[in-house]
Design a protein around this ligand. Sequence first.
Ligand code: ATP
Ligand code: MG
Length: 474
Amino acid sequence: MSPRINFNRSVIIKCDHQMIPAQSLDLSLYGMKIKNHPLDNCDNKNVEITFETDSIISLKGKMLSYRPGHSVVLFKESPEKIADTVGSFITKKIYEGKVCPYCKEKLQNREKICPKCSMCLDFTSPDVIKILKDFKIGKVIEKLTGTEKEKIEKGLEENKEMIGTSESMRKVFQLIRKFAPTDYPVLIIGETGTGKELTARAIHERSNRSSKPFVVVNCAAIPHDLLEAELFGYEKGAFTGADRRRIGKIEHANGGTLFLDEIGDMPYDLQSKILRFLQEFTFERIGSNETISADVRIIAATNVDLDEAVQNGTFRRDLYYRLSVLTIKLPPLRERGEDPVIMAKYFVERYSKELGKNIKGLTSDAIEVIRDHPWPGNVRELINTIRKAVVLTDKEYIDVEDLDLKIKNSSNGNENGYDVLNLKKNIEDLEKRLLKEAFIIAKGNVSKIAKLLGISRPKVYKLMEKYGVGEIIE
Ligand SMILES: Nc1ncnc2c1ncn2[C@@H]1O[C@H](COP(=O)(O)OP(=O)(O)OP(=O)(O)O)[C@@H](O)[C@H]1O
Ligand SMILES: [Mg+2]
């Protein structure tokens, strides 16, 4: 496997006969990560990248952008050239660092192979590079390990089709299990595609209503003036066009669960009728005076901030209080640790099997792109991305190109409109800055850093690795 070294330098990218200055992030035998470059026109094009190590190096490659302002240049050069240039430089850095980049074993005498983990440490020979290339190590195929698979399958069974191994999702599963057997309403909050409907179904299926209907009403998809009829039903002649009695969704859901999706879009007047139903479990069909009772559990979901809607007067405070006693907040995919990667591997296997293809996994470059992508469309976006890649690829592994993961830039064409608001990026920048400051104050003492930052030591190690703080080699 190729080590990746932090490589924070100015580089020049030649694309379409233009010389464009850019900033690199890191370097491996397969390519270089680039940030903040005005190179959107170079996406998917052949380029030449020039940078300085101990000498000036120019390498041909292909530019692939994986989020606005962030790209990789994948080197397209012979093993001889890679060994002579990047290979020599990485090898030199490993020996200077005196630790194995894979297992962190201390190195004494420029060993070619790590005495502890047996990984290659010397990349100056074209033969080594050729072997790496032949074995597609630039394309290291990553797939689910046995344990990961076991975990997912066990999870799928326990969590009703929901995958999640991150701490934040484990908490969600706990809440689902706790809330399911009660008959109280549940409010599910989450960005689009985070699995709100799936969560509602999981609650229903784990409740003692599971043999009864699970009925979905999307409050945003139904025109406001029809929503009341949809929910409560109507009598013949109740309004023009009501030529027969119609049972509403509440009655359909009797004994089971009614899932009110996008509840934030429910008209204000109707909110009081739903509140009454939640309090008394009775209602009247439109055009009737007969009071009907129904045994229905309500689960509601929203991707808007209901708190704010209450402040703005568009959502009833009393309904909000009633609904939000039991709340599940689904974290966006970008805040679920390794979940995007694990899910990607899982869905590659699943769709490959379903489509009768023989795809062995994803390349390590693809995995990195998946890890870095902010997934604004969350799990839905991830599933669609993988499904499309599996359908379209002719290769044995899914590579960066197959993922086609580009986020369209904001309309003014620069990345600022995107990055300024990007919560993940802002949090990461802050995290990195504080970590660096703590590192300097604590002179690299991890226990001290942990104390200063108020986090655990394992978390410090994780962040150091994530941001490359305190080490040359990741
Ligand atoms: N944890 C998960 N594991 C596996 N699949 C998931 C998970 N979460 C969501 N999905 C899948 O992702 C897709 C989107 O999920 P779902 O429709 O429940 O999201 P949502 O939050 O209701 O989205 P929206 O706000 O757009 O309605 C579905 O295909 C669902 O099966
Ligand atoms: Mg939904």
